[in-house]
Design a protein around this ligand. Structure first.
Ligand SMILES: *Cc1c(COP(=O)(O)O)cnc(C)c1O
Length: 402
């Protein structure tokens, strides 16, 4: 498939500035819009609608009100006192685990739901793997009076019965996908097919900084609230005003992108932490999937590999195009941790700070522990870490392991 975006370039922000990428939808060599002809007008309409909404103080204020009254924003920046003392660094946790529904995903989904309503759409379409994005979409639909249709692989439906039930309680329709490996990749393809046939009344709600342009940009902007809040909170909490390191876990990369965006004009070093078995930015090669060019895990024939991680939310074989670009620029570094390190980090945070993190978020904690103990982090370094979600959903996984 060819990139259908026009070559004509709009003025864009300076490289790596995490601003408006402009109409070509390129993040360096990555991004773009690799979609069937029939989806081109929908992507173009969405880009225009977002540009218009994002510069409208009325839209901004409606979203800010929802985030404050329904999500509970701003989320706190919590010093990890005891773990910091053990590690010899100063660790601050941005508490997305305290957002309504237990993770950062709601920030993006509420933004897209509000945008969909503004565009006159009455239904959200989404795909989900572990069910977290489906639950967030169903929640936003419930709140804003939209219908929700969530595509989910048959195997995932069996594995995630509780989240399926939760979506149904919230009024969403969950559609089983029987094709292929009956997991996330197939659910995504099916959701896109369905979107083509219901463009009139439906908005396709993408769950991370992936997909055809403008999605990687829109989702990063809706998650920017994490980084903007944390930047202000660091200014108060730190003598230096800004942290030395900013760390977040990376699946598709939305919580990391939103976090990095708030600190892009500081000298903070960015670290994105991936699962060893889902390390698109660390071990991927250039390819095209789900409408965009980026780095994907592939076999020798260029077939996209299945990702594997103890954390279902990091089970994606690629990474958002802007992360691939930030890596090329050297602005951000991407590292991996093992499942075993993640389980240790989960227990360590629980027992030093009384916080059970999501297994996804524990990836970021695991890297900080390793880097502090190996001396890679200088003594007393100020580290701002986005704790993307809470661990309740992972208790049964931990129970089987421990
Ligand atoms: C979905 C999820 C992630 C991974 O998504 P990103 O787009 O990389 O942020 C990370 N943490 C939690 C808690 C999640 O639910």
């Amino acid at each position: 498939m060819k990139d259908v975006l026009p070559r004509r370039a709009r003025p864009v922000d300076r490289p790596g500035g995490m601003g408006d990428p402009g109409t070509p939808g390129k993040f360096g060599a990555y991004g773009g819009r690799f979609v069937p002809e029939s989806l081109v007008p929908a992507c173009a309409e969405l880009e225009e609608a977002f540009r218009d909404a994002w510069s409208d103080p009325g839209f901004q204020s409606s979203l800010a009100t929802l985030l404050a009254l329904h999500v509970g924003r701003p989320t706190p920046l919590t010093p990890a006192w005891r773990l910091s003392a053990e590690l010899g660094v100063n660790l601050l946790l941005k508490r997305e685990d305290l957002a309504h529904t237990g993770s950062h995903k709601i920030n993006n989904v509420l933004g897209q739901a509000l945008l969909a309503r503004r565009m006159g759409r009455t239904r959200l379409i989404a795909e989900t793997g572990a069910g977290q994005h489906g639950v967030a979409t169903a929640t936003a639909a419930g709140l804003l009076g939209l219908r929700a249709t969530v595509f989910m692989g048959e195997r995932d439906i069996e594995r995630q019965a509780l989240n399926v039930f939760r979506m149904r309680i919230l009024g969403a329709e969950v559609v089983p996908v029987h094709s292929g490996s009956r997991t996330l990749k197939d659910a995504t393809s099916e959701a896109m097919r369905h979107w083509v046939s219901s463009l009139e009344d439906s908005h396709y709600c993408v769950g991370s900084v992936v997909g055809p342009y403008p999605y990687p940009w829109i989702v990063r902007e809706f998650q920017r609230v994490i980084g903007d809040e944390a930047r202000g909170q660091c200014a108060t909490a730190l003598d230096s005003g800004s942290p030395d390191y900013v760390v977040a876990c990376v699946g598709g990369g939305s919580n990391a992108a939103g976090t990095f965006a708030g600190f892009v004009n500081t000298s903070a070093k960015f670290v994105g932490v991936e699962a060893e078995g889902g390390a698109g930015a660390s071990a991927g090669r250039v390819g095209v999937l789900h409408g965009f060019r980026s780095l994907f895990l592939q076999d020798d024939d260029g077939q996209i590999s299945e990702a594997h991680s103890i954390a279902a939310g990091l089970d994606y074989p690629g990474v958002g195009p802007e992360h691939a670009y930030l890596r090329d620029l050297g602005r951000a570094r991407y590292v991996t941790v093992t499942d075993a390190e993640v389980v240790d980090a989960t227990l360590r945070l629980a027992r030093t700070e009384g916080i059970v993190p999501a297994l996804e978020s524990a990836h970021a904690v695991a890297w900080v522990i390793r880097a502090a103990e190996s001396g890679e982090l200088p003594a007393c370094a100020n580290v701002m870490l986005t704790l993307s979600g809470r661990g309740d959903k992972d208790l049964s996984t931990l129970m089987e392991l421990l």
